[in-house]
Design a protein. Structure first.
Length: 252
């Protein structure tokens, strides 16, 4: 078990900015060390302007992220005067070493036997469907996600998701990882049909006095354009297997 998981508080021994490689080298007092890319540090900035701590979600818009960023000081102050702050415990837990990645996997991935026992011992409740059940029945299938069939999006004082605040949301796809990729477990043609025929309905009960504009991007066109203009970047973004986790609890 890593020292910081054993109750010990991690401490930083040395920090060095490697401008040529565009990394920050952090060596901890327990002898371990890790390299953190400049752009990764900015993308994962924990400052309140970039990160919504209650929801454990980013607020930094991709349009504001400069992938060519440099570093003025080891305190990670961007040329745009954006300053990022990270504590030793956070950096230690996000370490890129093999042992740190193994520890994260042990935290995130459930033991199969434990998962089965938990499911079998849990009481399953059936929610009461009201008027919207009849409406949804007009469609071939209503997919239930972690939000269930319906959920209410509103500005909440104790929001646990950036979507429940008045903050601007960056361009995104809603939970694409919850769908099997084409050709994974179904025929390519049928899977593409299912993916193209899925809709998400937003019913506006009350419009805000200002703001609320929607930005829509053709993601397929963007991906094809990237494939043609930069095949290597497309390969790097599309081929690695990625583990997706969520700490969102929309019902609370």
């Amino acid at each position: 078990m890593p020292p910081w998981m054993d109750g010990a508080t991690p401490a930083i021994h040395q920090v060095q900015a490697l401008d040529t490689e565009r990394y920050v080298s952090v060596r901890f007092k327990d002898g371990t060390w890790s390299l953190y890319p400049y752009v990764w540090l900015w993308d994962n900035c924990q400052w309140a302007h970039c990160f919504f701590h209650l929801a454990k979600a980013r607020k930094l818009l991709l349009a504001d992220l400069d992938v060519t960023t440099a570093m003025e000081r080891v305190t990670h102050t961007e040329p745009t005067k954006h300053t990022s702050e990270f504590d030793a415990e956070w950096l230690k837990k996000k370490c890129f070493s093999q042992s740190a990645r193994q520890q994260q996997q042990e935290e995130l991935f459930l033991n199969g036997a434990l998962f089965t026992d938990t499911i079998q011992s849990t009481l399953v409740c059936v929610a009461l469907w009201e008027g919207w059940q009849e409406y949804l029945s007009r469609f071939p299938a209503a997919f239930s996600r972690c939000f269930w069939h319906t959920w209410q999006v509103q500005d909440k004082a104790d929001a646990n998701n950036v979507a429940y605040t008045s903050e601007k949301l960056s361009l995104h796809s809603d939970y694409p990882a919850l769908h099997n990729p084409p050709g994974d477990s179904m025929s390519l043609k049928f899977t593409l049909f299912l993916r193209l025929m899925q809709f998400q309905f937003l019913h506006y009960i009350k419009q805000a006095a200002e703001g609320g504009e929607s930005e829509i991007v053709d993601g397929f066109h963007t991906a094809n354009q990237l494939r043609m203009e930069n095949p290597e970047a497309f390969r790097l973004l599309s081929s690695p297997e990625t583990t997706v986790t969520s700490k969102c609890s929309p019902r609370t």
